[in-house]
Ligand binder design. Structure first.
Ligand SMILES: Cc1cc2nc3c(=O)[nH]c(=O)nc-3n(C[C@H](O)[C@H](O)[C@H](O)COP(=O)(O)OP(=O)(O)OC[C@H]3O[C@@H](n4cnc5c(N)ncnc54)[C@H](O)[C@@H]3O)c2cc1C
Length: 213
C-alpha cells in the first residue's frame, strides 16, 4: 500500500483524524540523508511502506552543505545494498567502488536517484517538529505502547499535518545540532560571546566571500 493511501485512511469522510490499525500505517523516516534513504530502501525490501520526511529542498540536504569536501570513505562503503537493489532496474550503476566521492557526488549520483526511485514515499520541505503517541499526553499514558505514533509535520508552504505511523526512524543526523567547541560537551569560556565569529560547518575556502570572512 502507498504511504499516501495509508495516511488517507487516518481521516474519516468528515476529514476528522481516526485511528487506523497500526500495521496498515507507514514507517515514518525522519530525514532523507544517507541513513534515512538507506532505511527506506531496507523497509521496501521487507515489504514495509516507508514515508521519508525531509526538511530540506533536496535529498541529502545536509550532505550538500559540505558538497566541496571529499569523503574519507570509498564509493564501495557508502552505497547501501538494499538501495543498490532498488536502483538497479533504473539502469543505475555504482561508481568505481575504490574511488572517493565528494559530498556533492554522494548527493547527486546516489542520494538523489535513490529519492527519485522512492517517488512519493519521500516528501521534501517537510520538517518533523514532534513525535508523540495517539491520544496520549503527560497525563494519559495507559497503553502508550499499543497506540500509533503521531508525527507532527510543518511544510515549507506553512501548512501543518499530523501523520500516523506504525514506527518512526529518526535519521535526522547531527548537522543542525553541532557540538560546542569546548570540552565536556559544554561551550568553551567566551564561545557564546564570540558566536558571530565561529562556524561549526566546513567552510568552502575557495568561495571568495567565505574566504574574506
Ligand atoms: C565534512 C564531512 C565529511 C564526512 N565524511 C564521511 C565519510 O567519509 N564517511 C562517512 O561514513 N561519514 C562521513 N561523514 C559523516 C556523514 O555526515 C554521515 O555519514 C552521513 O551524512 C550521516 O547521514 P545521516 O543520514 O545520518 O545524516 P545527515 O546526512 O545529516 O542527514 C539528515 C537529514 O535529515 C534532515 N533533517 C534534519 N532534521 C529534520 C527534521 N526535523 N525533519 C525532517 N528532516 C530533518 C536533514 O535535512 C538531512 O537531510 C562526514 C561528515 C562531514 C561533515
Amino acid at each position: 500500500m502507498l504511504a499516501a493511501q495509508a495516511i488517507d485512511r487516518c481521516r474519516n469522510t468528515q476529514g476528522v483524524a481516526v485511528k487506523p490499525a497500526t500495521t496498515e500505517l507507514p514507517v515514518v523516516v525522519i530525514g532523507a540523508g544517507p541513513a534515512g534513504l538507506a532505511a527506506a530502501a531496507n523497509l521496501v525490501d521487507r515489504g514495509i511502506t516507508p514515508l521519508v520526511l525531509e526538511a530540506g529542498t533536496a535529498a541529502g540536504a545536509t550532505v550538500r552543505d559540505w558538497s566541496h569536501v571529499r569523503l574519507f570513505s570509498t564509493w564501495g562503503e557508502v552505497v547501501d545494498p538494499a538501495a543498490e537493489k532498488l536502483l538497479a532496474p533504473t539502469g543505475w550503476t555504482r561508481p568505481d567502488p575504490a574511488t572517493y566521492p565528494s559530498g556533492g557526488d554522494w548527493a547527486e549520483r546516489y542520494l538523489q536517484p535513490l529519492a527519485d526511485v522512492l517517488g512519493d514515499r519521500v516528501r521534501l520541505g517537510a520538517t518533523v517538529t514532534g513525535v508523540s503517541r495517539a491520544g496520549r499526553d503527560r497525563i494519559v499514558d495507559a497503553d502508550r505502547e499499543t497506540q500509533p505514533f503521531v508525527v507532527h509535520v510543518a511544510y515549507a508552504d506553512g501548512a501543518e499535518e499530523r501523520i500516523f505511523a506504525r514506527a518512526v526512524i529518526d535519521a535526522s543526523g547531527t548537522w543542525t545540532t553541532p557540538s560546542p567547541a569546548g570540552g565536556s560537551g559544554l561551550p568553551a569560556l567566551g564561545e557564546k560571546a564570540a558566536a558571530d565569529r565561529i562556524t561549526y560547518r566546513v567552510p568552502d575556502l575557495k568561495d571568495p566571500a567565505v574566504r574574506a570572512r
